[in-house]
Design a protein around this ligand. Structure first.
Ligand code: M6R
Length: 607
């Protein structure tokens, strides 16, 4: 949520800042800005809208300064506007600040600063930071920032630039990610590794409660009290190319096509001799024997992966599972203790609500297992155990390859727990693993139907509402299909357990309402077909989805999308792909901004 980048070195800063912001635009894109120190002036350029507007504003004759900060914004406090765009500056235009997060006590601070004569121009919480630095500055920027930290409450990753100290950047982190990139005689700060990947793969990952002073000579990391912190350099494995579009028109399409590889990478090395081997996991059989309940906690798409996980863990490991939305979890005093296993799922590993749920679970004594895509993310560092999904950087706001690998993470976890608990016979485990190994190739076969799905998507151009229905695991996948469609094409879409439609929602079904009916779960196939007939009787146009070789669904629907045969528990891994493509092409056909849908941001690092 919002993106930060800062540079100090020998190169001209602005192109590096803009390049970094381009990589971060997926985190927020309603306005952007940069600030540099140019001789004896603090120069700030901002613009509303996407980054291209800032590039136009900067033109070709931009400052040649080698020190600067930049920001791309996703509005929380104050609407998207020029004055609310970052960087924010103080009254004397000596300090510039970029910030991600929320300063909870900004109103009281603002009032007291106004009483002292400070003049504010924006509606943001961030602006108080610039005025506070101005207020506290006494010749030492680091100390001034430390005093600011002592005054504010909330979450922040912030970077401060000072005209009075034109040789340094000072940054601090609490509950919002921040890394420091180490180059040759040059340094970077960024909210996200992807911003600086083209320049360096060596980073320090700041922990909460740490601040950093970066000069051309090096990096000094301390805690908020000023005690030095020793950190290990983290070598990023992702390469810069993985975060480029690579010839695709949109990141989302590229990421959809990367799914077979992501699936193979995530399972590879974890399947040995027809067993799931999670060498990274510390949970012992003795600890697991004490577990009597599992909670899966996540947001959005990751929560949908959790819904599939519930069925798999209950079915295979015979443990009761509750799936909670992270933003609700901690406010309802969940009944968890040391006998509970809490599984958090998060692509970014930085989602504020998921992180808060993780901490709540730990406070209550639960063992926390994380499924995340970002090595070094806060979730990965705070959980007791981690299964990394090896999807590579996901840039499009709409999650695709991360979701599919989260599903795979659920399969691996479900089998792993079943193995330890002895709840599945080996021949069943062998059958599942054999089927799982085929999934990457089968995913390629689904992708080969892209042109058919593209054609179906054309009929969504003028659609206002759509329903996704299914039973059992199909219902969970239907939820993901509906979310994908609404977030990138702005078509109102809902998912229903197929049997539930007649309890009210059927009243909304007309011939204008496309229904996407998932029918992969063999034990409820006939019942799903009955529900399809109910909507057909109301003249709805139905697109069905089932296994190749199942000829009966075609008789009840208008179009059928086929996926290769697999075992029902693994069907979500294939069934979701056509739904992603359908949403993608519906979005393109409707002229929407696929990778950067309105009002959304990739990582939601505020509550
Ligand atoms: O990074 P996370 O997996 O924690 O993100 C959770 C949700 O914000 C995310 O899945 C969101 O729902 C996606 N944009 C949906 O495509």
């Amino acid at each position: 949520m919002c993106g930060i980048v800062g540079y100090i070195g020998k190169r001209v800063a602005i192109p590096i800042l803009v390049d970094g912001l381009k990589k971060l635009e997926y985190r927020g894109y309603d306005s952007a800005g940069v600030a540099v120190i140019d001789q004896d002036k603090l120069l700030v350029s901002k613009s509303v809208g996407k980054l291209v507007a800032l590039e136009e504003e900067l033109g070709e004759n931009y400052s040649q300064s080698c020190l600067g900060i930049g920001h791309t914004r996703w509005a929380t406090h104050g609407r998207p506007s020029f004055v609310n765009a970052h960087p924010h500056i103080d009254c004397k235009q000596e300090f510039a600040v970029v910030h991600n997060g929320i300063i909870e006590n900004y109103l009281e601070i603002k009032e007291s600063l106004i009483e002292k004569g400070h003049q504010f121009v924006s509606e943001t919480d961030t602006e108080v930071l610039a005025h506070l630095v101005e207020e506290f500055y006494d010749g030492n920027l680091e100390e001034a920032v430390r005093k600011v930290i002592g005054t504010i409450r909330g979450s922040y990753a912030m970077v401060v630039l000072s005209l009075k100290d034109p040789d340094k950047l000072v940054a601090a982190r609490k509950d919002s990610p921040m890394v420091v990139g180490l180059g040759e005689g040059e340094f970077f700060v960024a909210s996200d590794i992807t911003a600086i990947l083209s320049y360096t793969r060596k980073v320090y990952i700041l922990d909460d409660g740490e601040m950093v002073v970066v000069t051309e000579d090096g990096v000094k990391i301390t805690d908020f009290q000023g005690n030095p912190c020793s950190k290990e350099v983290y070598d990023v494995k992702w390469d810069a190319v993985a975060a480029e579009k690579g010839g695709y028109e949109h990141f989302m399409l590229k990421e959809i096509h990367e799914q077979p590889k992501a699936l193979a990478d995530t399972m590879m090395s974890r399947l040995k001799d027809d067993r799931v081997v999670l060498e990274e996991v510390a949970l012992t059989p003795e600890q697991l024997a004490q577990i009597n309940k599992v909670y899966i906690v996540a947001c959005g798409t990751a929560w949908h992966a959790g819904l599939v996980g519930k069925t798999l863990i209950e079915r295979w490991a015979h443990l009761p599972v509750e799936v909670d939305i992270a933003s609700e979890f901690r406010y309802r005093s969940p009944l968890i203790d040391e006998h509970t296993l809490v599984v958090v799922i998060s692509q970014s590993g930085e989602t504020a609500d998921t992180l808060a749920a993780l901490r709540e679970a730990k406070n209550r004594g639960a063992h926390v297992f994380a499924v995340t895509n970002v090595v070094g993310s806060t979730v990965s560092r705070e959980a007791h155990d981690v299964i990394f999904t090896w999807a590579g950087p996901e840039i499009a706001v709409a999650s695709t390859k991360a979701y599919i690998t989260q599903l795979e993470g659920m399969v691996l976890l479900g089998l792993y727990l079943a193995q330890i608990k002895g709840t599945l016979p080996q021949d069943k485990i062998t059958e599942i693993i054999t089927a799982l190994k085929k999934i990457p190739e089968q995913a390629k076969a689904v992708l080969a139907q892209e042109s058919l799905i593209k054609e179906l998507a054309q009929s969504f151009v003028n659609v206002e509402d759509a329903f996704f229905i299914g039973r059992s695991l199909d219902w969970a996948v239907a939820m993901e299909g509906a979310l994908k469609l609404k977030e990138i094409s702005y078509i109102h879409a809902e998912a229903y357990a197929a049997g539930e439609l007649k309890h009210g929602t059927l009243a909304l079904v007309t011939e204008q309402t496309p229904i996407i009916a998932l029918a992969t779960q063999r034990d409820v196939f006939d019942k799903t077909v009955s529900n399809v007939k109910e909507v057909k009787a109301r003249d709805a146009r139905v697109i069905g989805l089932t296994y190749q070789g199942n000829t009966s669904l075609a008789k009840s629907v208008d179009h059928v999308i086929y996926i290769p045969e697999t075992i029902d528990e693994l069907a979500p891994l294939l069934a979701v792909i056509p739904l992603q493509l359908l949403s993608y092409y519906a979005s393109v056909a409707r002229g929407c901004d696929v990778d950067k849908p309105r009002n959304l941001a990739k990582s939601v690092t505020v509550e």
